[in-house]
Ligand binder design. Sequence first.
Ligand code: ZN
Length: 239
Amino acid sequence: MDQGNRPYSAAPLRGQRRDLGAQGTLAAKVWQDLQFITPPYCALCGYPFAFEAGPDSRCGPCLAEAPPFAAARSVLVYDDVSRELILKFKHGDHLQAVPTLAGMMNRAGGELITGAQVIVPVPLHRWRLLRRRYNQAALLGLSLSRVTGLRCVADGLLRTRATPSQGHMKAKDRSENVRKAFTVNPRQVEAIAGRVVLLVDDVFTTGATVRECTKALLQAGAAEVRVLAVARVVRAESL
Ligand SMILES: [Zn+2]
């Protein structure tokens, strides 16, 4: 399944309902409309570039301050199509999409998966877990574990406090919101210390959450942290 060099065009899809398919398949229309992130992108955080910038090129934010994780990659541009796909299974009525998404992550994240030793999902706080019923990052991590054979430590990270939903927050506020909000589960330190960790999340927005999770993992002795997300928020001017 090669999506080639599709430009990151912002398709006018808002408000449309679409059939997401069933039983682990995506309807052809949805598949067609997904925007896969392909090179060129930032060597560190995977942010897509509009133009070829040479190997090992970094985006502005990564040049200004290198992230604590070794690398981050995302499969899809976060747009109306991928958002609907993720929201559907976030609320538990489209769980059959999980293996399909995990398969996409396996293909797109090949270079990160090679050499990784353990999968750890970004955790949800308990009350949010109850309301939403599913931690989508954990579901993705477990599904990716089945595809890759890597062990998934679903409770490797814990939220130390509830953080307000970040939906409408700006980058700086998100960063404040999640500061020191995560810790490694004391019962799982042994599974994480000395290991190369693949941190899994559904949407990479500003990277504030995965940066904080990475810090907690490194503090617990992880050898390296790599981040793999389903979708990446791309600023309009980069489209
Ligand atoms: Zn970057």
